[in-house]
Ligand binder design. Structure first.
Ligand code: F6R
Length: 607
């Protein structure tokens, strides 16, 4: 998740405006920053790795000439944070500069094609193919805007783009596919930006671009067209009444709610990870004699779910281990034949890093899954994957948890392929379903916002909750419980339903709410039996069911419905959604700030 901005003014100094806007977008990414302006037929660029203030004190970002320019604040996806990889990126002739938020899926093949045609690449980014593609089209005699249009048609993946060129020095071309992009209409100036906070002090008049739209802006006007047929789009501007703080949360009252809603996008991004790294991790896991999945908190819950995925798909026993216990529990069993897959959103969790350090010293292979570029975990891993969820500001993990699950599912599938454990038809079916998960999650969020708020109102004074699941959804129960207790401070218990009669059922008395995770899989019959047991003792049954599951609906006092998933492997990604929302609304009902639960920090860097 990066932030882009562009402004075309009629005489004001663009660089200062861009700098101010990037500061307001810094929450979208902060590993590098850059600006490009046009002045007297030349492109001027300043960029470097680091936070905006640090780069500014080194380079003076305001010191670029010209009244039109673009800027970027980066959250690295392809290519480590560095000066060369920082945006804007240019073509060979430095006539075109581009800033980009998103991921170009087919950049490898485009880059190879362009290199064969004589283009020289400076960076390791996917973005750099864009200015070179445009340059190539110019070489074939296309006018600039046409050259951009044809280049856009070659891009697979997601993008919000702002493009400038000395060939059309008064214009910025903006384009959107899946990544957000808005146009701002000012007095004697036009802007484009990833997000509303960038625009607020400049204008409150905005137009949101839709997927597949291209806008050309100049200081006194704009034109929006559809990329596929170049038809003009007429759209009325909206007037925004948000404050900057509200805008950072995109109008949501809390970051947690915003991040819950960002899950479809975050999940789509995890379907665009580079095959090379997924395959490498799968290869190391396949070769290892023993596999440990090491993490804390929500990341541990993701690992627990992943252990079912690895077993069911690839017939591997992968041990999920709470990082603070890893050395005591499995330390002596770790050796050169072990692979440790460490999962950490922040990449900085002390217990996880301590386990990794220990395992490294015993010659184990360290593999990492994290959300933060340049984090310690990326430096100590033999191979790592960046899950591409963008910054998560709410303390409770939401979008990063579901993204971890989707990455882990992809890895498990690849190990299964390597080991020949699934037929090609099964693999095809699972891959198809994988791609549908972001849409199912999107639908599930819509289905549950109102419902979660209502159910939270009803149960706001309950002093104790129980979460129960079976199979892979034991992990969902644990994660639902963690969300509720950490942000709404409600003591809760979660366990595999089969454990009920071995102790916890003694806590059930009339009115205790018990939340059951009920997918339509092999566990269903047994879960219905567990519901009956709890009902017989007077528990209030809240079920999470697949849409249309009338039988369990009838057994429940309240229920959440989720979109249908075919395979149980992916079900936690969908079933956790109502529980995230429920925890959120329980915190709100109790007047608590879900973004900042007491005693907790986003990144636990002490043991
Ligand atoms: C719960 C939560 C924490 C983290 C845990 C590990 O909502 O956010 O339990 O999951 O502190 O953090 P990372 O994944 O950064 O290692």
């Amino acid at each position: 998740m990066c932030g882009i901005f562009g402004c075309a003014t009629s005489g004001s100094k663009a660089a200062e405006i861009i700098h101010g806007a990037l500061k307001r977008l810094e929450y979208r990414g902060y590993d590098s920053v850059g600006e490009a302006t046009i002045f007297e037929g030349k492109i001027y660029i300043k960029k470097d790795q680091g936070k905006i203030d640090d780069v500014h004190s080194l380079l003076n970002l305001d010191d670029l000439p010209g009244s039109l320019g673009i800027g970027h604040t980066r959250w690295a996806t392809h290519g480590a944070p560095s000066k060369i990889n920082a945006h804007p990126h240019t073509d060979c002739g430095e006539k075109i500069a581009v800033v980009h938020n998103g991921i170009i899926d087919n950049f490898d093949e485009l880059k190879a094609e362009l290199e064969n045609l004589g283009h020289t690449f400076k960076s390791k980014t996917d973005t750099e193919v864009i200015p070179h593609l445009i340059e190539e089209n110019l070489r074939h005699g296309l006018p600039f805007i046409e050259a951009v249009k044809e280049a856009l048609k070659r891009l697979d993946g997601s993008y919000a783009l702002a493009i400038i060129s000395t060939l059309e020095p008064d214009k910025i071309i903006c384009a959107r596919k899946e990544s957000p992009l808005i146009i701002g209409i000012g007095e004697e100036a036009m802007y484009c930006a990833s997000d509303i906070p960038a625009l607020l002090p400049l204008t409150n008049k905005i137009i949101s671009l839709d997927d597949g739209e291209v806008a050309v802006i100049w200081s006194r006007g704009y034109e929006i067209r559809r990329l596929n047929d170049w038809a003009i789009v007429a759209r009325e501007p909206e007037i925004i009444t948000w404050t900057v703080e509200m805008a950072e949360k995109q109008g949501y009252p809390h970051f947690m709610l915003k991040e819950i809603h960002e899950q479809p996008l975050a999940l789509r991004n995890t379907l665009r990870l580079q095959d090379l790294y997924l395959d490498l991790i799968a290869t190391f896991l396949d070769r290892a004699k023993n596999v440990f999945l090491v993490a804390c908190g929500s990341s541990y819950n993701a690992c627990l779910a992943a252990s079912y995925m690895f077993s069911k798909l690839a017939c591997i026993s992968a041990y999920p281990v709470v990082a603070s216990e890893f050395i005591e529990q499995f330390g002596s069993a770790v050796n050169i034949d072990s692979a440790v897959l460490a999962v950490s959103q922040s990449g900085e969790t002390a217990d996880t890093l301590m386990s990794v350090d220990y395992a490294r010293n015993r010659a184990a292979t360290i593999l990492g899954l994290t959300n933060v570029v340049g984090s310690t975990l990326t430096r100590v891993s033999r191979v790592y994957i960046l899950q591409q969820s963008g910054p998560e500001i709410g303390v409770a993990a939401t979008k990063t948890f579901t993204a971890q699950l989707l990455v882990l599912a992809q890895i498990a599938l690849r190990v299964a392929k390597l080991r020949g454990k699934l037929s090609s038809q099964e693999i095809k079916g699972l891959e198809k379903e994988l791609k549908s998960i972001p849409d199912i999650v999107e639908k599930t969020i819509k289905m549950n916002v109102e419902k979660a708020s209502q159910i939270a109102k009803k149960y706001r004074d309950s002093r104790f909750f129980v979460f129960v699941g079976r199979g892979i959804n034991t992990a969902t129960a644990l994660e639902g419980r963690l969300k509720l207790l950490e942000i709404a401070y409600v003591p809760s218990l979660a366990f595999p339903a089969g454990e009920s009669k071995h102790g916890p059922i003694s806590l059930i008395e009339p009115g205790v709410p018990v939340i059951f995770i009920c997918p339509r899989d092999k566990t269903r019959k047994a879960i219905i039996g567990n519901i009956m047991e709890m009902k017989a003792r007077g528990a209030s049954i809240i079920s999470v069911i697949e849409e249309g599951d009338e039988e369990i609906k009838r057994l429940s006092d309240d229920y959440f419905e989720v979109g249908r998933t075919v395979s149980e492997i992916f079900s936690p990604i969908v079933f956790i959604i109502p529980l995230q929302l429920f925890a959120y609304y329980m915190a709100v009902e109790k007047g608590l700030d879900p973004d900042k639960p007491r005693n907790l920090a986003k990144s636990v860097t002490v043991k």
